[in-house]
Design a protein around this ligand. Structure first.
Ligand code: ADP
Ligand code: MG
Ligand code: ZN
Length: 486
């Protein structure tokens, strides 16, 4: 059998206030080009980098959350290469001795099983800028039109590079691994996890092994993957391409390929450069990075319960199915909300159903997180009460729920306002009938003189008053009683 062997190299943009080695703002998305730059991050001669605390803190959090061993002393190195968006001509990274090594994460596969993916290393490095090929979709085309622009805003933004061991055995597992890593990073606000914006990037390495004779193909690296779905798609494509070559006895070259969105295929970029090409050497301008035991302990205490743990706990504590637990635990706000709501409603499964069905759909439609809406756990408790006591139907509950989310008004109030409550309160109905009787004494006389058909007039009047909410059988009964006995 042919089996995929996959390892990921992931770049996570750290959510620091400033860049890694200067005090320029790191929040440059959507900013004017070249507005968040200074002599340090543009690589002017005579400047010196200074490592910011935020970068150390956030990368340390990531390293601990990924169960890594922390190197109390790590070093920075220069990775040399020429690229127009990297004015220094080298990238500061940690090559010889990274911040952290030998970690792991457990990736849930959705069938009660988990895949343990070992983390080889996590290190700190700086990002490069961006080139913009003006008025052209390719470098070749821009050559004729004469325009490639450089935006250095992203230069020096801190990244954590997370390198997994090749423990992943299918394209789907690779996507799940990426999603798990995103969830963990987002839980701690270490990274926004947004692949579409490039805040989280992934290079996927794949080789194919024949499990019968143990023979293995060369390894191919796919770059430029900008969504979780495409991680899976690109690797599926590569797995098929390599498998096909192996079946035909063709050689696969060790190369770097890029995922081409338009054709949904991968395209060869270059044969893989060797490590020595970068001429790594120790960064002379930065001291060793010393991480004290104290800082490690302090940071460890700040790490919240991680999604995988939480999923296990939701299954045990609330009796939720694995699927529900996984969906709710994937997001910190969502899981916090669930726990508070389930505590109030006392009905975890029903609460989970509402959140996973209606709520997540509404959030997706409106592009909001739960914290950006006015929904409170109390609303869930009120809603489930209305439903369980039969005061509103489940269709009506679904009808008003979007309003609850956007307005923050209690479901019972909205139901009342919209006339969705069934009025089964006799006293209230009686008041309405008496009003109709005194408004039209002639009709009362007609009824009493034997024209029983007039009853429908009174029923109609009550229905109009209650906007159709009154329980018709009660109206009928009360109207007869009042008309006949008084
Ligand atoms: P390089 O620095 O040349 O990219 P590394 O040894 O650092 O190579 O590995 C980079 C990535 O390639 C890691 O994520 C690792 O898991 C993955 N990898 C290593 N060997 C294989 C393999 N045989 N098949 C697939 N992926 C692999
Ligand atoms: Mg690599
Ligand atoms: Zn700067």
């Amino acid at each position: 059998m042919l089996q995929a062997v996959i390892g990921l190299e992931i770049h996570a943009q750290l959510l620091t206030v400033t860049k890694a080695f200067c005090s320029c703002s790191a929040e440059t998305f959507g900013e004017t080009v070249n507005s968040a730059v200074c002599p340090v991050c543009t690589g002017q001669p005579g400047t010196l980098p200074i490592l910011g605390n935020g970068t150390v803190k956030l990368s340390l959090m990531a390293a601990l959350a990924f169960n890594c061993r922390i190197n109390r002393r790590s070093f920075f190195d220069r990775k040399n290469y020429f690229y127009p968006d990297l004015p220094k001509g080298y990238q500061i990274t940690q090559y010889f001795r990274p911040l952290a090594e030998q970690g792991f994460i457990d990736v849930r596969l959705g069938n009660g099983q988990k895949r343990r993916v070992r983390i080889n290393r996590i290190h700190i490095e700086e990002d490069a800028g961006k080139t913009i090929h003006e008025g052209a979709s390719s470098i070749a085309a821009s050559r004729d039109r004469g325009g490639t622009l450089v935006d250095l805003n992203r230069c020096g933004i801190p990244l954590a590079e997370i390198v997994t061991e090749p423990d992943i055995t299918s394209p789907r597992e690779a996507r799940l691994t990426m999603e798990t890593i995103r969830d963990i990073l987002r839980y701690m606000s270490v990274c926004s996890g947004d692949m579409e914006k490039g805040d989280l990037r992934c290079d996927a390495n794949i080789s194919v092994v024949d499990t019968e004779d143990g023979k293995s193909s060369q390894r191919v690296e796919v770059k430029n993957i900008n969504s979780f779905r495409f991680v899976e798609k690109a690797l599926e494509f590569e797995f098929e391409r390599i498998s096909e070559a192996m079946r035909k006895g063709h050689q696969i070259t060790k190369e770097t390929r890029t995922w081409d969105f338009a054709s949904r295929t991968t395209i060869s970029m270059r044969t893989k450069e060797e490590e020595s090409d970068y001429r790594y050497f120790p960064e002379p301008d930065l001291p060793p990075l010393e991480v004290s035991e104290n800082l490690i302990d302090k940071t460890r205490r700040e790490i919240p319960e991680m999604p995988d743990r939480k999923t296990d706990r939701f299954i045990a504590e609330y009796g939720l199915p694995e699927h529900d637990s996984t969906v709710l635990s994937a997001d910190r706000e969502l899981s916090d909300f669930f726990e508070r709501a389930a505590g109030l409603t006392g009905k975890p499964k029903e609460t989970a159903n509402w959140m996973m069905g209606e709520l997540i759909r509404i959030l997706k439609e409106q592009g909001l997180t739960i914290g950006q809406t006015l929904l409170k756990p109390e609303h869930m408790a009120d809603l489930l009460d209305l439903l369980d006591s039969g005061k509103i139907s489940s269709n009506n509950a679904k009808e008003i729920f979007p309003d609850v989310v956007t307005t923050g008004v209690m479901p019972s109030e909205i139901a009342e306002e919209k006339g969705l409550h069934q009025v089964d309160d006799e006293a209230e109905i009686e008041v309405a009938i008496r009003e109709a009787m005194s408004a039209n004494p002639k009709a009362v006389d007609q009824y009493r003189s034997g024209k029983k058909g007039v009853l429908s007039y009174f029923i109609g009047a009550v229905m109009k008053k209650t906007r159709g909410r009154a329980d018709p059988s009660i109206v009928n009964e009360v109207a007869r009683r009042l008309l006949e006995n008084e």
